[in-house]
Design a protein around this ligand. Sequence first.
Ligand code: PRX
Length: 581
Amino acid sequence: MEYPRITKSALEDFSVKPNLQDYQKIYENFSWDKLAQELDWFDSEHINIAHVAIDAHLKTDRKNKKAMIWEGKKGDVEEYTFSDLSQLSNKFANVLVNKLGIQKGDRVFFFLERIPEIYIGILGALKAGGVIGPLFSAFGPDAARDRLEDSEAKVLVTSPALKKKIEDVIPELPALENIVMVQRGKEISDSNDLSYEELMAEASESFDIVKTHKEDYAIMHYTSGTTGKPKGAVHVHEAVLGHYATGKYVLDLQKEDIYWCTADPGWVTGTSYGMFGPWSNGATQAIYEGGFSAKRWYKFIEQRKITIWYTAPTAIRMLMKTGDQLPGAYNFDSLRTLYSVGEPLNPEAVVWGETIFGKAFHDNWWQTETGSIMIANYPIQDIKPGSMGRPFPGITAGIIDDSFNEMASGEEGNLALRPGWPSMFRTYWKKEEMYQSRFQNGWYITGDRAKRDNEGYFWFVGRTDDVINTAGHLVGPFEVESVLIEHPAVAEAGVIGKPDPIAMEVVKAFVSLKVGYEPTDELQLDIQKFAMKRLASAAAPREIEFVDSLPKTRSGKIMRRLLKAKELGLPLGDTSTLEDD
Ligand code: PRX
């Protein structure tokens, strides 16, 4: 079933009027330098994200304010004040530095469920001067290995259940010196592994935060491209200025807010806006450990009295699918503003939010590489349903043609940004050339296509590459193809994104078989299971179609565009002249 569509007249009647501060003034007076003065720097050059997010509040009346209210899948609740998070992250920083020998710049990776220890651990590692890398807990062994191998992580913080998933690839990681296991009552099976709980029990609560330079590396998030393995986008400590500024002016986070971001800390939204944005603004964060459940989510908003909610289009469409009766049983009066990111937010979803919650979803746009929100519908400005909004003050966005000329309003072109904002990625880890290639003629080329209307609102059109966006997660077709061809029956594989009414796209694979294998339903299932085990569940093909052969360029590259055209029933055109690309 598709989500319900709304009538054209409902869309025409829709309007959200300005209701907060005057954003025009912010635009006029905006300066990164002035905003930087609102953060607690060590000196003009040195800043540490964890200090700004947590310890800076200890000098204020927010010291004993709740920073994190965590609710487990089973309904158990844990609460942490800013002071608690400060002490616990100090302890973990001591563990890393004094027990495990972590030095500034060393990579500390996290493969954990959405439990308090991932937040404490990340804060501790940043205090220690480490470069943190969170891995999504749904990753399989291949996905985890690629990232741990490339980053040469020295420490991995994980749990008994998740370690079991990736056990086989640990011997392939020579740089990995220590594995810290968050036990939460579970057994450790390998005596070489360290217990988080035991290490923390012995560690001191006081720690001198490493006075990192604003340009020191702090965060790595792996992101997928069309070719090759995922690449690590690297962010620096100064990025917190971007998290803070957008948290303040886009999400409108205030000290009294109880804020809920549904993103997992394994992805950039889960760190920029699931940790640093809200905490640097002194807001209380509510975190729900579990995944999607309409009932649990509605109850969570009601019980925790959420004021600001940041979520994603697929989740909103899934809520829409469960109907308009269910939300009637809950009270959403606490909600002030709702936000959405990660995929195009269809106008129906914006209007549906207004009907159900009395508040509309504010769509905004950014990327792993940009580190913070770049284009947004602000709480003070009218929302144009279906539009991503307008550039954040301090950000210049343009629509350019392939020769880098700016295009007129209404014309579709490449979405590009003028480089130089605080949370911009500083490199792709060990892939500097690829990083440089993203900057051309004074623009950062985003890889998205969009249009700008004559009021300066941006409208998403699509991507310029073959990367698949499924439920807000980017999936590189090459990664999926590489795993598929490891299956004994598979000769060749070509992977595309197939349009889907809920998840926007789902992964579809076209597979040709080796001689001697028959295209049966069982084999299809077996290949699907094989991919699911190695990649994350979202990256495993939802559909597999057996074909005799795959369309290729003269040099043998699979032409995914043709597979996609075939899937969509579009004319294939004259393929005889297609050059390699
Ligand atoms: O294609 C755009 C899409 O998601 C991409 C960025 O994904 P990722 O690097 O995983 O960043 C996640 C943090 C947001 C973009 O290049 N995207 C993101 N937001 C929107 C969007 N597409 C349409 N509308 C959006 N609001």
